[in-house]
Design a binder for this molecule. Structure first.
Ligand code: HEC
Ligand code: HEC
Ligand code: HEC
Ligand code: HEC
Length: 450
């Protein structure tokens, strides 16, 4: 299952990118289905393509349901998505519930989101009747999820999405386990649960017993000190001692009832868990079926962008500060000959080979740009205006824009690259093993004689 914030990078689709972003969203759903995802919560980043798109995806999916108990019609108050589903896993029936943050905008007057206080209790009651374990997928921020855990009875787990900080170590609040994994597929959260059907989390139960035992130890110690100092006959009249005696009885009863609760409710032990975050780095092997879906989706996006590039007019831009490698070659033959033998010179061809040469997400690092800030590059639409001579990781990717130097070499010198020049592209997501001192030797241009 996934707690949501799956389909879009932002709460609203960028103008002019609607087809590209919804194509990607459809691809993500197919990939999630191939990975056997049965249920997803709904957050603002799943609704960016409009509620109708999400309803269509929900209706056309075979195995995966989008869940929300509180997105409802404004008129009839009827939920638009299933509030919950049940899944049989071995001997256990699990109910998975969806709850959407009511502070997000639906961009529509026909629907509205009820606050959790108005929706949760009834749905949990229904779900509890049909299941052994109740899991809530929530798109509320942490503070509200904690409030929900404190106030709502019957929830065993809350998985949340779309809010920082990410990769949260699970914690137990009021016998509800809260957990969260990083967003946008950077990590996989694995929770191994030993479910004993008691509705009590081991850690929580143990903490309660231990806390009571600590209190008892303190009381015993205080009583012991008084017993040493005061005559046994007078001791009974001491108010403080009597108070301690009462505390002792209360605590002992409390521990007894906790243990009783344990033996009555538990066939053997409280449920326990352990968790793990798996970083999905480029070195993690790909699943073939999922890879195929990802490839097909990115191909479609590439075709959409190919058409867009053809129809968009060219403008003057920051690219004018760039001379392109052919200009440099006029005066720097040795360095050019060397560079042509590195894969930087073929970086754009590499994208052509995998049919991704129009994909903006890829282009930023496989071409020559005046700077490597994806936001700024997109804002100035630089990727759609690149002349052929910049379709590679060229001289100016490392030495900076050098049109001025090319025109007046004696008076303006280009930059010499540092490690920071490389890490703009060789970041951890695309290059797991950048050791600068080693890699720079493989691409360092030879000395010149001019
Ligand atoms: C008209 C000839 C000419 C062109 C065109 C030219 N350069 Fe140069 N370049 C020179 C000369 C001459 C020097 C040596 C200047 C000096 O050391 O005073 C030089 C020096 C350099 C240096 C060394 C800087 C240093 O700090 O030692 C780099 C790097 C460089 N050029 C890169 C480029 C790049 C990249 C381009 C293309 C965008 C380019 N050059 C285009 C003539 C040229
Ligand atoms: C504009 C982005 C970009 C910058 C800046 C960049 N690289 Fe690269 N680098 C790439 C890409 C993309 C490839 C893979 C090209 C391919 O295989 O098509 C690559 C490949 C390499 C390779 C393999 C080369 C080979 O021929 O085997 C080395 C080594 C390397 N880069 C080192 C560096 C170093 C060191 C720096 C900084 C001085 C640097 N790169 C700066 C994007 C960049
Ligand atoms: C943040 C920069 C960056 C982005 C974005 C990027 N790449 Fe690369 N790519 C690199 C670097 C750096 C290398 C070289 C890695 C190395 O030397 O180990 C590389 C290498 C490659 C290679 C050749 C090596 C290999 O793994 O087979 C291919 C193919 C490739 N990239 C495709 C893509 C595609 C397709 C996209 C878009 C989905 C993309 N890249 C987006 C930086 C990037
Ligand atoms: C991947 C990064 C990278 C690319 C791409 C690159 N260079 Fe370099 N270049 C370097 C590094 C690193 C040095 C060595 C700098 C130093 O010694 O501090 C260097 C040095 C130079 C020098 C100075 C040599 C000297 O005499 O000291 C020149 C000139 C030069 N490069 C020109 C070019 C030209 C022309 C191109 C394109 C055809 C190019 N470079 C592409 C990284 C790059």
């Amino acid at each position: 299952m996934d707690s949501g914030a799956l389909l879009f990078k932002r709460p609203a689709v960028r103008v002019g990118h609607e087809r590209q972003e919804t194509t990607t969203a459809r691809g993500i759903v197919l990939a999630m289905e191939a990975m056997n995802c049965r249920a997803a919560g709904i957050s603002s980043r799943d609704l960016a393509g409009g509620i109708d798109l999400l309803r269509e995806l929900d209706a056309s999916s075979e195995g995966m349901r989008w869940l929300s108990m509180n997105i409802v019609g404004r008129e009839d108050s009827e939920p638009l998505f299933a509030p919950f589903i049940t899944q049989r896993v071995g001997e256990t029936t699990i109910a998975i519930l969806g709850l959407t943050n009511d502070k997000i905008s639906l961009h529509s007057n026909d629907y509205t989101i009820k606050p959790w206080q108005d929706a949760l209790a009834d749905v949990v009651k229904k779900a509890e009747k049909q299941s052994d374990m109740v899991i809530l997928l929530s798109s509320y921020p942490d503070a509200i999820n904690e409030q929900i855990a404190r106030k709502a009875a019957g929830l065993d787990l809350i998985f949340s999405s779309g809010h920082r900080p990410v990769n949260q170590i699970p914690k137990v609040i009021n016998n509800t386990l809260l957990a969260k994994t990083s967003d946008r597929g950077k990590y996989l959260g694995v929770l191994r649960i030993n479910w004993t059907g008691t509705g009590i989390w081991g850690q929580d139960f143990m903490i309660r017993v231990r806390a009571e035992q600590n209190r008892l130890d303190r009381v015993n110690w205080q009583m012991g000190r008084m017993e040493k100092r005061i005559d046994p006959d007078k001791l009974k009249e001491e108010k403080r001692y009597q108070k301690l005696l009462i505390s002792k009885e209360e605590i002992t009863a409390q521990i007894h009832s906790l243990k009783e609760e344990k033996t009555n409710k538990l066939t053997n032990e409280p449920s326990s868990f352990n968790n793990q975050f798996i970083a999905l780095k480029s070195s993690v092997p790909q699943n073939k079926q999922v890879q195929k879906i990802v490839d097909q989706t990115t191909q479609t996006v590439n075709e959409l962008n190919r058409k867009k590039v053809r129809s968009s007019p060219k403008k003057q831009s920051a690219l004018n500060s760039m001379a392109g490698w052919k200009k440099c070659a006029e005066c720097h033959q040795d360095q050019t000959a060397f560079w042509q033998n590195t894969s930087h010179a073929k970086a754009f061809k590499t994208l052509e080979k995998v049919n991704q040469q129009f994909n903006e997400e890829c282009l930023v690092c496989h071409v020559t740009l005046p700077w490597y800030e994806p936001k700024r590059v997109r804002a100035e639409k630089l990727l759609h205006q690149l002349p052929e001579k910049l379709n590679n990781v060229g001289c100016e990717s490392c030495h900076g824009p050098s049109m001025a130097h090319s025109n007046d070499p004696e008076n303006t010198l280009p930059a010499q690259p540092t490690e920071a020049t490389c890490t703009g592209c060789h970041n951890s997501e695309h290059d797991d093993n950048l050791v600068f001192s080693e890699k720079v030797e493989r691409i360092r241009c030879p000395d010149s004689d001019i």
